[in-house]
Unconditional design. Structure first.
Ligand code: HC0
Ligand code: SF4
Ligand code: SF4
Length: 568
């Protein structure tokens, strides 16, 4: 242990601890902008400068390790003047229209200016006008709001290995951009939104679709149907002061009804349907030996990645659509007929932890009779905005249940939100269908947890199935390079683009970190444990759906509505 003092308070820390963390242990928040707990430390912004006795210059608290006998001061006049000076410099290059900024009220720069009383710029404005980028369904980039912390660049590189963002220009013209300033969807970007989750200000945000959804809600001719992804219910509470990982499913349902949705359904029902179709597809592929290994395809960030980076391997992707799209396809066909609704007048909304899902719904193959299956995707962050807009006291809401038939789902669907979950859910059904025996212990732990790549062998009847699970595209790349080189022994691969799976999605509340994701993962497995049915094929409403409409997994009608293809 190393002994030091911060603001005259003694503390002992492990070797290697940085001043920033040591101060946190003493409940002192040293301001920081470019520092992010899950990223490599760059010490670019210097807002975390502190005074250390015996040192001639200020040191960056984020990158300086504590040493024995160190004496740190975080709030001397020179420290405060430095912090305010840095903020003044940032503000001289920052478009100051906080009131209309999407991050108003949730912006690190705004919080710091308020905390350090930097209320009026004292340096002339030097920022240059740079056009916004946003002609794509998912992401808006406003370089004039950028603080040059580099967190988006590191997210893209360190999580996804894509490196589509980088610095260009010099001096007052330095800015973050894409290769040749291209629009995101014309680059290697997969629209995962991890950059927007890492951004401390309003420079990178999701495309805001809240007004489009409200317009539909206020249109008397429209029946507006909402579905909510597995990972929203364990993250939404964050923003309302509830402990991280709180399971708020039933409050969320109440809030959605108050916002004005006509029916509140569950994407998890779609996830059960994805599993029955995908398990059937896997069994067919195993039996025929064709297009093996099969890879999951429910994550649109991952699908974009395959199309842009491994177009030669597209055959490996399962043709089963994602739960969101399967759900909407059923809504606008079978459900519409059952309820005597004209599909023209149905507006389907999906609440997702994801930004790439906004792109997924615009794919031409995700439409039926010229109408998109899903009309709008809102991120968890946009749902938070709507809840606040209506003025709902979320924490104290009474609880209520999803509507049926599409509000009932199994525990297998719940775990889709965590890396390894789709694999585990698929194995529960594949096992029973291949062997005809009951799977007694449904919890398949080798695919659980946050290891980057998880591999296992599972014996199903007389077959041995090799599986691999990866999260983040940096890890997916390792698997795909092996596959391309013909060195891959797997039968079934699951990939989710975001860290931890959808629970760490690019559309989740600001402040999402791996530490938070761990709590979300525990909650997801808790939901599975507490659900009556735990295997997708046991969902009673799904059995009814196959009986009334889809006939059997992989039927002609199932193929028409629930399967898709990919394009290089
Ligand atoms: Fe996911 Fe999904 S689990 S992609 O991660 O498969 O976004 O939460 O909704 O569609 O179910 C996201 C989360 C979903 C879908 C499901 C899948
Ligand atoms: Fe990179 Fe994802 Fe952001 Fe695209 S959306 S720039 S891939 S982090
Ligand atoms: Fe979207 Fe989930 Fe894929 Fe992230 S992991 S891109 S949140 S579907």
């Amino acid at each position: 242990l190393i002994n030091l003092k911060i603001n005259n308070m003694p503390i002992s820390v492990k070797k290697g601890t940085k001043i920033l963390q040591a101060a946190q242990m003493l409940h002192i928040d040293i301001p920081h902008l470019c520092y992010h707990p899950d990223q490599r430390i760059k010490a670019r912004c210097r807002i975390c400068s502190v005074e250390v006795v015996g040192q001639r210059r200020l040191l960056a608290a984020c990158s300086t390790e504590c040493w024995e006998g160190m004496e740190v001061f975080t709030d001397t006049k020179v420290v405060r003047d430095t912090q305010r000076g840095i903020l003044q410099l940032i503000m001289a290059d920052h478009e100051e229209n906080c009131l209309t900024c999407p991050r108003n009220g949730n912006c690190v720069l705004q919080q710091l200016c308020s905390r350090f009383n930097v209320l009026r710029p004292n340096i002339p404005h030097v920022g240059q006008h740079i056009e916004k980028r946003g002609a794509n369904p998912s992401l808006v980039h406003d370089p004039e709001k950028c603080v040059k912390c580099g967190r988006c660049i590191r997210a893209c590189k360190e999580i996804q290995g894509i490196e589509v963002l980088g610095f260009a220009g010099r001096s007052t013209n330095i800015h973050v951009t894409t290769p040749f300033d291209a629009e995101f969807d014309n680059t290697k970007c997969v629209l995962c939104g991890q950059c927007s989750l890492a951004c401390p200000v309003g420079a990178l945000v999701e495309k805001d679709d809240t007004d489009r959804v409200l317009d539909a809600i206020f249109d008397p001719n429209k029946t507006v149907i909402v579905q909510t992804a597995p990972s929203v219910r364990i993250a939404l509470g964050d923003e309302f002061g509830m402990p991280k990982g709180s399971i708020v499913t039933k409050k969320m349902v109440t809030a959605l009804r108050m916002i004005g949705f006509d029916k509140v359904f569950d994407t998890n029902y779609g996830a059960d349907l994805t599993i029955t179709e995908e398990a059937n597809e896997l069994i067919e592929r195993i039996k025929s030996g064709k297009k093996m290994p099969m890879a999951t395809s429910c994550c649109p960030g991952w699908v974009n990645y395959m199309e842009k980076h491994y177009p030669d391997l597209l055959d490996h992707l399962s043709t089963t659509k994602s739960p969101m799209q399967i759900f909407s396809a059923i809504t606008k066909t079978h459900y519409a007929k059952q309820e005597n609704l004209d599909p023209k007048n149905i507006f389907t909304v999906a609440i997702m932890p994801c930004i790439a899902k906004k792109y997924e719904i615009t794919r031409p193959e995700m439409a039926h009779d010229g109408r998109p299956d899903t009309d709008a995707v809102l991120t968890t962050r946009e749902l938070i905005k709507l809840i606040k807009y209506i003025g709902i006291d979320f924490e104290n809401l009474p609880e209520s249940e999803f509507d049926n038939p599409m509000g009932t789902a199994t525990g297998a669907a719940a775990i889709f939100g965590a890396t390894g979950g789709v694999m585990e859910a698929a194995l529960r059904t594949t096992y029973e269908w291949l062997t005809g025996e009951e799977m007694k212990n449904v919890e398949y732990t080798p695919v659980r947890g946050f290891d980057g790549i998880k591999e296992a062998q599972i014996n199903i009847g007389d077959k041995t199935i090799n599986i691999a699970v990866a999260h983040t595209l940096n890890n997916a790349k390792i698997l795909m390079d092996k596959l391309r080189a013909g060195e891959c022994k797997y039968d079934f691969i699951e990939v989710m683009a975001c860290p931890g799976g959808c629970l760490g999605g690019g559309g989740q509340p600001i402040g999402t970190t791996m530490e938070v994701n761990k709590k979300r993962m525990e909650s997801i497995y808790q939901i599975d444990k507490n659900t009556k049915y735990r295997k997708s094929h046991e969902n009673p409403y799904l059995k009814q759906l196959y009986k009334d409409f889809l006939e059997k997994p992989g039927s002609e009608i199932a193929h028409k509505l629930l399967h898709t293809h990919y394009q290089a």
